[in-house]
Design a protein around this ligand. Sequence first.
Ligand SMILES: Cc1ncc(COP(=O)(O)O)c(C=O)c1O
Length: 462
Amino acid sequence: MSVKIFLNEDEIPKQWYNLAADLPSPMQPPLGPDGKPITPEMLAPVFPMNLIEQEVSQERWIDIPEKVLEILYRWRPSPLHRAVYLEKALKTPAKIYYKNESVSPPGSHKPNTAVAQAWYNKEFGIKKITTETGAGQWGSALAFAGAILGLEIKVFMVRISFDQKPFRKIMMNTWGAECIASPSEETQAGRHILDEHPDTPGSLGIAISEAIEAAVTDKSGKTRYSLGSVLNHVLLHQTIIGQEAKKQLEKIGEKKVDIVIGCAGGGSNFAGLAFPFINDKINGAKIDIYPVEPTSCPTMTRGPFSYDHGDTAKMTPLLPMHSLGHDFVPPAIHAGGLRYHGMAPLVSQTIIEGLSTPKAVHQIETYEAALLFARTEGIIPAPETSHAIAVALQEAKKAKEEGKEKVILFNMSGHGLMDLSGYESFLSGHLHDYPLPEEDLERAHKAIEGLPKPKVVKTGKW
Ligand SMILES: Cc1ncc(COP(=O)(O)O)c(C=O)c1O
């Protein structure tokens, strides 16, 4: 039995898949501060125009530039694994597959878009990129891309992860990038938060505000900001994952996949695997598709669908998304990449349509799943990834109870070798679950009070 399915380099997908072209109900536009849809020109101080064009594109397929493919070949196509050892341990009739994105040099799915974004910025004449990072996976991916393409990178890293994961900063420095803890004294947004909450663990929302401010206040005009998730073009760049997975499943003779799972922070990891399968679902396939989040930051499962800012200082346009409120500071769980108050509007729309069904899991369950995975398959997963593994285990156990040979596919979005302090806390019994208290949801509703309300548009087909 094959435990790994490879593709040759010439089998790599040559185009990205844009779900926006196929959504049964159209996306609602991002809005400016006046409540009117924003124009591409309004985004120009923040992003290069070639990426803004992708952001608003309605083309179903977008060519991947040859020069971007040349860099992706360093680790892509990534292997698809059959988790035979995990299946054996679970005594499940289910067949579990995982797409292994941990083989990239920084160790996650993030460089799929980091390389593309850095390349488009360089083409546009940009010299420096600023960004935020939660767990450090995104910051190190952009640092890696910057090193290869010769761009200066500055990363604002959420304080709690900066302290929990010091090796991520060293990785970024090794690739030549600068990494500072957020909130910082370097920006107005950071100083404002530190004045009010000197001991804050930080949040992705705050770090995004700082990184945007640093980009737009740079007088040279040669600095732009880059986001590691949430936006349409970021999700687009990740769809290479699901397209490869489909080819690999076909290669091994799987005619159908029953369940597709990905953890979701801002949504790009989930979207990267799932969107090509959502296309199949739109065209009649019967697939259960699950984005997974922590119960401590339950954006999709409990957050209202609303227009909200992507950052704390309200520098981004208003996006139609599930949100816990732009001022939300999530509990200091170890899955730093899943501590985000919002969700990619494209993912939110798939939830509203019933094309995907979100699930939330507790922190302890994710570590139990991670340990079983590490002790059977051998790879130590990132704490974010463990959320997807936990749901894969739930589904494999259900398949056993029902006696069904289901095909389950999840995204192994990253390894956890830089996240061992979380494992240490779990192994020594110091970890807890932090389900979000009801008061915090009331606070989320307050944060979005007065903002425009998006329409909940669905066809009712799923
Ligand atoms: C390993 C890993 N998986 C998943 C995610 C979540 O990614 P996304 O924001 O694309 O949903 C992150 C985010 O940092 C991550 O580091």
